[in-house]
Design a protein around this ligand. Structure first.
Ligand code: HEM
Length: 229
């Protein structure tokens, strides 16, 4: 493949990936509201969610988000297919196994798991809340859609709790390697700078992985403890 096309594809992956990383920070901060005392959490979560849905500027950002997910996944798939075609046959000595980590060699697999997660997740929330598909969403005392209850109900199902929590592990590995390589693609070559960025990527990936993984577990345990009181 011509080098300039490969560079363009990698830049697209890096830029859309960085944008998705910023979205995840905002999304995790919003979901952390779920861990506050229930009355406060439900009011804040529902009004936050309402404000996002009704704001025209955020609606535009949401479309950029959907487009970024699609571009990121499709271009990454094209690069993975291209890499597979270009790989030396197994008869040729290949030291890639020793020189790279398993997660950097399996970004395609990790990305596919995350894509499956996003599809199930959008069906759980976005389709029901934004598109009105499936069971009606209740309205709270302030007249907003009760997104808090939708979330709490979903995380009463242990299979969904496991699904969300287990898939936050590939998410963390994908974010760690993705962020590190994204910085390199965008021109951060300086060795010392790269070491700092690698640490930032590690902290970021841990916070995202643990944060998204633990919220469903805490919600599940909180409700079950209350029921046994
Ligand atoms: C504890 C875990 C999570 C919870 C409780 C959660 C909750 C939600 C909720 C309630 C919505 C709908 C918001 C609304 O329309 O009002 C939503 C949308 C969304 N979530 Fe999550 N989420 C979680 C994790 C994730 C993760 C890990 C990702 C990505 C890897 C993600 C990606 C998205 C996307 C792309 C949307 C659509 C955003 C939009 O339309 O503006 N979520 N999430």
């Amino acid at each position: 493949m011509p080098a300039n096309i490969l560079f363009l594809r990698k830049t697209l992956i890096a830029l859309t990936g960085l944008f998705l990383c910023v979205f995840l920070v905002v999304h995790l901060s919003a979901n952390a509201i779920l861990l506050l005392p229930n009355d406060l959490a439900s009011e804040l979560y529902n009004s936050y969610s309402h404000t996002l849905r009704e704001n025209p500027l955020i609606t535009v950002v949401a479309y950029v988000l959907y487009l970024s997910i699609i571009i990121h996944a499709v271009v990454a798939l094209l690069i993975t297919i291209q890499n597979k075609k270009a790989k030396p046959t197994k008869y040729v000595m290949n030291k890639s196994q020793q020189n790279s980590s398993w997660y950097s060699r399996n970004m395609g697999v990790l990305g596919t798991l995350i894509l499956i997660f996003i599809i199930v997740h959008l069906a759980n929330f976005w389709a029901r809340i934004k598109l009105g598909i499936g069971e009606d969403v209740n309205i709270d005392a302030n007249g907003y859609k009760d997104v808090f209850s939708v979330t709490y109900e979903l995380f009463q199902n242990i299979w969904f709790v496991l699904f969300y929590s287990i898939l936050s592990i590939p998410l963390a590995f994908h974010l760690y390697h993705g962020l590190k390589s994204g910085f390199k693609t965008l021109g951060f070559y300086h060795k010392k700078g790269l070491r700092i960025l690698a640490r930032i990527s590690l902290v970021y990936a841990l916070v995202m992985g643990i944060g998204f993984g633990i919220i469903p577990i805490i919600v599940y345990i909180t409700v079950h403890l209350k029921q046994t009181e």
